[in-house]
Design a protein around this ligand. Structure first.
Ligand SMILES: Cc1cc2nc3c(=O)[nH]c(=O)nc-3n(C[C@H](O)[C@H](O)[C@H](O)COP(=O)(O)OP(=O)(O)OC[C@H]3O[C@@H](n4cnc5c(N)ncnc54)[C@H](O)[C@@H]3O)c2cc1C
Length: 409
C-alpha cells in the first residue's frame, strides 16, 4: 500500500490525485472505504513526510489545478503538518516527556504479564472489536491508516482498551510509513484530551458505521462516555532555532537525513558552494522505541536510496553511508577536508540529539555544522505558537509563493 518510495512515484501519485484535490476531497475525505478503495484521499503522506515531494510543491500543483476556494480544505490539511511541526519545534518537551514516560512503560511490558497480554492483543488485532482489529492488521500490513481510522483507533486504544497512550503512539510509529514525531505525538495527545485541554476525541459506533459505509458497527463495544485523560503540566515555549546558510568558498559536504530527501531542489544550484562529498547516516533509523515493522523500514530504506541516487545525479558524487552518526561523520568530514557540513534542520525527535552532539564534535576540528531550513518552514513555523485556528489565518500568505518556498531559507 505504501508503494515505491521514490520521488518519481510521489510525483506520479500527486499528478493522479490532482483532479480529486478540490471539492471532491472536501466532500469525501472523511470516509474510510477500506484499503482497496482509497481514491478519496491522496495517500501522499509517506512521500511528504520524508520530503520526497515537498509541501510547497504539492500546494503549488493543487493551486495550479483548482481555484483556491475549491482546494482550501486540501491545502489546509497539508498545512496541518506544518502547524504540528512548528508547534513541536517550540515545545520540544512534548517529545522529551513522551519519550521519558515511554521508557518505563516499555520496561513494564517485560514485567507486567497482564499489561503485556493486553498490549499484544491490541497490536496483533485480537481484541474482538472488529473495526479495531481490522485497523491493527491494516497498519502492520500496509504501513498506512486513513486519518479517521487513526483517530478511532487511538481513541479506542485510550478510552475503551484503557492502554497507555504512549505505547499506542509508539505502536503507530513502528508501522506507519509516514511515521513522524510531531504529527503522531501531538495527534495522540489531541485524541486523549491533553493537547486541547479537556477536549478529547471519543470514537462513537454510529460515526464509525456512517464513515466506514457500514463495514463496521461496533455498537455497545466502545466506551463512549469516558472522561479526557488527566491534564499534564503545560510545556514551556522555546524560541525557534534560527537557520544557518552554507558559506561560499568553503569546501562543503552534504549530510542527508530522512527528514528531507530532496536536497537538489535547495542546493544543486546554490551559487558559490563547492560540494565535495555527501553522506547519509545509517542511524538513528527509526523514530519508534520498540522494533519497527517491515513496511515502514522498507519504505524508509528505499526513500534514502532514492534521495542518494538523485543527489549523485545532480551533484556528480557518491553518497557514502556512515554507520556511526557522530564519530563516523567526523572522520568522513576530515577525510574529505571539509570546512562545513550542511544538513537539513534536525526537527525535534530522535535525530536532534545526534546533530546536537555532531556540532561540537565537528567544531573541535574546525569544521562548521550548518543546519538549513526551507523557506516554507522558516515562514510557517513561527505562526504555530498557538492553536491551529490562529495558524489558519497565515495559510494564504504561506501558500502565495510556493515555488520560491521550496528553496532554502
Ligand atoms: C493518532 C494520529 C496519528 C497520526 N500520525 C501521523 C504520523 O505519524 N505521520 C503523519 O504524517 N501523519 C500522522 N497523522 C495525520 C494524518 O492522519 C495523516 O497525515 C493522513 O492521514 C495521511 O493520509 P493522506 O496522505 O491520505 O492524507 P490526505 O487526506 O490526502 O491529506 C493530504 C496531506 O495533508 C497532510 N495531512 C492530512 N491530515 C493531516 C493531519 N491531521 N496532520 C498532519 N498532516 C496531515 C499529509 O501530509 C497528507 O499527505 C496522524 C493522525 C492521527 C489522528
Amino acid at each position: 500500500m505504501a508503494g515505491p518510495a521514490s520521488r518519481a512515484e510521489g510525483l506520479a501519485r500527486l499528478d493522479a490525485f490532482l483532479p480529486h484535490a478540490g471539492r471532491d476531497y472536501a466532500a469525501r475525505r472523511n470516509h474510510d472505504h477500506g484499503p482497496q478503495a482509497r481514491g478519496n484521499v491522496s495517500m501522499l503522506s509517506p512521500w511528504i513526510r520524508h520530503r520526497l515531494v515537498t509541501e510547497p510543491e504539492v500546494v503549488a500543483a493543487v493551486l495550479g489545478r483548482h481555484a483556491p476556494s475549491a482546494c482550501a480544505k486540501f491545502v489546509q490539511e497539508v498545512c496541518w503538518r506544518t502547524y504540528w511541526k512548528g508547534w513541536f519545534e517550540q515545545h520540544p518537551e512534548a517529545w522529551s516527556r513522551y519519550r521519558a514516560a515511554l521508557g518505563p512503560l516499555v520496561d513494564r511490558l517485560d514485567r507486567d504479564a497482564a499489561l503485556a497480554e493486553r498490549y499484544r492483543q491490541a497490536v496483533e488485532g485480537r481484541t474482538g472489536i472488529a473495526c479495531f482489529d481490522a485497523w491493527a492488521a491494516e497498519l502492520a500490513g500496509h504501513g498506512y491508516l486513513h486519518n479517521h481510522a487513526r483517530m478511532w483507533t487511538a481513541s479506542i486504544w485510550i478510552f475503551t482498551l484503557r492502554l497507555p497512550w504512549q505505547l499506542g503512539a509508539d505502536w503507530f510509529l513502528r508501522h506507519l510509513a509516514d511515521a513522524d514525531p510531531a504529527s503522531n505525538t501531538l495527534s495522540w495527545r489531541w485524541v486523549g484530551g491533553l493537547q486541547t485541554r479537556g477536549k478529547h476525541y471519543l470514537a462513537r459506533a454510529a460515526n464509525i458505521a456512517e464513515y466506514t459505509d457500514g463495514r463496521f458497527d461496533p455498537r455497545g463495544e466502545l466506551d463512549e462516555a469516558a472522561a479526557p485523560l488527566p491534564a499534564d503540566a503545560p510545556f514551556e515555549r522555546q524560541p525557534l532555532r534560527l537557520p544557518s546558510r552554507p558559506r561560499p568558498g568553503v569546501r562543503a559536504g552534504l549530510l542527508m537525513t530522512v527528514d528531507d530527501l530532496h536536497p537538489e531542489s535547495a542546493f544543486a544550484d546554490m551559487p558559490g558552494i563547492e560540494w565535495v562529498a555527501a553522506a547519509l547516516p545509517d542511524a538513528p533509523d527509526t523514530v519508534a522505541a520498540l522494533p519497527e515493522g517491515d513496511v515502514a523500514r522498507a519504505f524508509r530504506a528505499a526513500a534514502m536510496a532514492d534521495g542518494a541516487a538523485r543527489w549523485t545525479a545532480a551533484a556528480g558524487m557518491q553518497v557514502e553511508r556512515i554507520a556511526d552518526p557522530v564519530a563516523g561523520l567526523v572522520d568522513w568530514a576530515r577525510a574529505h577536508g571539509l570546512g562545513q557540513v550542511v544538513a537539513p534542520h534536525a526537527c525535534v525527535g530522535p535525530l536532534r540529539p545526534v546533530l546536537d552532539a555532531l556540532g561540537p564534535a565537528l567544531d573541535a576540528h574546525g569544521i562548521a555544522l550548518v543546519q538549513w531550513q526551507r523557506r516554507w518552514d522558516a515562514a510557517g513555523w513561527p505562526c504555530a505558537a498557538r492553536g491551529f485556528f490562529n495558524f489558519r489565518e497565515h495559510i494564504g500568505k504561506l501558500t502565495a509563493d510556493c515555488e520560491d518556498m521550496n528553496l532554502s531559507a
